[in-house]
Design a protein around this ligand. Sequence first.
Ligand SMILES: [Fe+2]
Length: 358
Amino acid sequence: MFYMPARVFSGNDAIKDHAEALTSLGRRALIVMGGGSARKNGSFFDVVEVLENADVEFECFEGIKENPTVESVMEARDFGLENGCDFVIGIGGGSAMDAAKAISLMMKHSDETWEYLYDKEAPSDMLPLAEIPTTCGTGSEATAVSVLTRTELNTKKSSVHKLFPTVSFVDGKYLKTAPKSILNNTAMDALAHMVEGSIHRKATEYTRMCAAHGLELWKSCKPILLGEKVPEDEDLQKMMDVSTMAGMTIAQTGTTIPHGLSYPITIGCGIPHGKCVSYFQAEFIRAMEKEDRDWILSRAGFSDPDELNDFFVKVCNPEKIPSEFRERAYEELKSNPSKLSAVPYEITNEILKRISGI
Ligand SMILES: [Fe+2]
């Protein structure tokens, strides 16, 4: 099965050109954003313009932080309910978009406590949700995943619910004002989604179709990440589309070992998500069967895993991860059968240690 029910509008002025797809979602929107980037890149003003033109009211919940916490989701939920909002718009990177999904769910289930996010037996129905990415890695606009920080556990845990947006607007111009480090880190996250998704046990010809084309497009953007080319409008749109295609891939498969290893390190060391998953990618690829390794590397334009790692070092400038965090990540992953069993090869402790870098 390939199931990705979100309508995706891609291209310049996607919101303005398809305004009705946004304004038909409700009468009063809760706009969920991070810091000031949604104003800086213009996405917020595009949304406001189409809402005002259609007399749709809105309230803003600003300040969703990186790696959003369950507590912040509940705070936004209460704010949305108090203000009578009947649909949600998430604008930003993965943090704002993932939070918006959980907020939509919890607003629909207004009497429930935060534990609902992790209740496998409970229904996943949510308020209508629009997602507008302003970075190029998470793919959250095309996935059902909402990764949240569990403060009491000191790590990140996805909600168990399948939370697909109703509609997503994928417009490359919102990347124009993104800092280069965010562009690079998030583009490496998109690469990780295609790498991990394409060998996943749940991979099919259809997911490989998304990953294969996404990898080819990703390869053509490498000079931008290296700083050798100033991106033009079509390059930025391409980077945004890669991210969405990579999202479509993992929406079917899920992620595997590098993502699993990254979570406690991102929280413990404050290393951005896309950069953090990339530490483990080269050894992960090396552990694959040759056919899979070649399939990925040839499309991404690398001759071997070392070349991919050199590229990562150049574009992300990674700091050293203290060994105790690598060890903790290894131990945590060893006890997480879902991430390990998603890999169709035997992953011995020795191989896992090598991937973890310990
Ligand atoms: Fe990711």
